[in-house]
Design a protein around this ligand. Structure first.
Ligand code: NAD
Length: 248
């Protein structure tokens, strides 16, 4: 493997499982100092054991809370070169008329507000350094409606808006901000789009056209490409990393 991130400090949220964990491990393998955030201290401890790396700093906390974001950024230190806004949760596949305020507020807090708060916290330092690489994790549900319930779809569409607007404002200052939109990936997230419940609500079409779920490492490869200097001209892009699901 190359070492594209030697000397770089990169924050990864939701690093205790799935896509975030694979990304943290790949970044460590490529030389980065990784600030790994997760709400689960147990998962972070397991990641620490698995990586055995002194360049991993685990910070347990809820990235949807400002106080926990402050603690995370403090642990990273004065220079943050990269940020992967990956932590996210599902919405139980609820259609609009069945959305509860609790689900709406929680999904937006975790999937959208956390990304804004983390970018807000690291951007001033990136602007002073004239260098920053941000990757926000969207979803197939960020470009259309058939992959989740309404709340999750709306939250992932918001992630794409956040990403494009950040790219526009900060691209001229040396910060690139892009989104990766995964299709189905084998992780610990609920996958209601693969369930009988989803089949009943959407009909069989979505079920039969979903490509086989990807490995978290496949997504880590896409995310690390956008964080790296192999993608110098890419800013404000939404990289579909979904095995072609979005072509259907
Ligand atoms: P996962 O559940 O395996 O991992 C997510 C991690 O985030 C968990 O370790 C969890 O503890 C942590 N987390 C959740 N809420 C948190 C919070 N408030 N603060 C800090 N940590 C928190 O899920 P995953 O599939 O790896 O999901 C990662 C991202 O990929 C999410 O944004 C998800 O929406 C997106 N995504 C996943 C899929 C898929 O099929 N797995 C598809 C499209 C998009």
């Amino acid at each position: 493997q190359q070492a594209r991130f030697t000397g770089r400090t990169i924050i990864v949220t939701g690093a205790g499982s799935g896509i975030g964990k694979a990304t943290a491990l790949r970044l460590l393998g490529e030389g980065a100092r990784v600030i790994a955030a997760d709400i689960s201290a147990e998962r972070l401890a397991a990641l620490q054991l698995e990586s055995g790396s002194e360049r991993l700093v685990g910070v347990a906390g809820d990235v949807s809370l400002q106080a926990d974001v402050d603690a995370l950024v403090l642990a990273a230190g004065p220079t943050v070169d990269g940020l992967v806004n990956n932590a996210g949760i599902m919405d139980a596949f609820l259609p609009t008329a069945e959305i509860t305020d609790e689900v709406w507020e929680r999904v937006f807090r975790v999937n959208v507000t956390s990304q804004m708060r983390l970018m807000r916290a690291v951007l001033p330092g990136m602007v002073s350094a004239g260098f920053g690489r941000i990757v926000n994790i969207a979803s197939e549900a960020g470009i259309r409606a058939g992959a989740s319930g309404t709340t999750y779809s709306a939250s992932k569409h918001a992630v794409i808006g956040l990403t494009k607007s950040t790219a526009l404002f900060y691209g001229p200052k040396g910060v690139r901000c892009n989104a990766v939109a995964p299709g189905a990936v084998k992780t610990n997230i609920e996958a209601p789009f693969l369930s009988a419940w989803a089949a009943e609500r959407l009909g069989p079409i979505m079920q039969t056209t979903i490509p086989a779920p990807a490995e978290p490492e496949d997504l880590a490869a896409s995310i690390c490409w956008l964080l790296s200097e192999d993608s110098p001209n890419v800013n404000g892009a939404v990289l579909m990393s979904d095995g072609g699901w979005s072509t259907i």
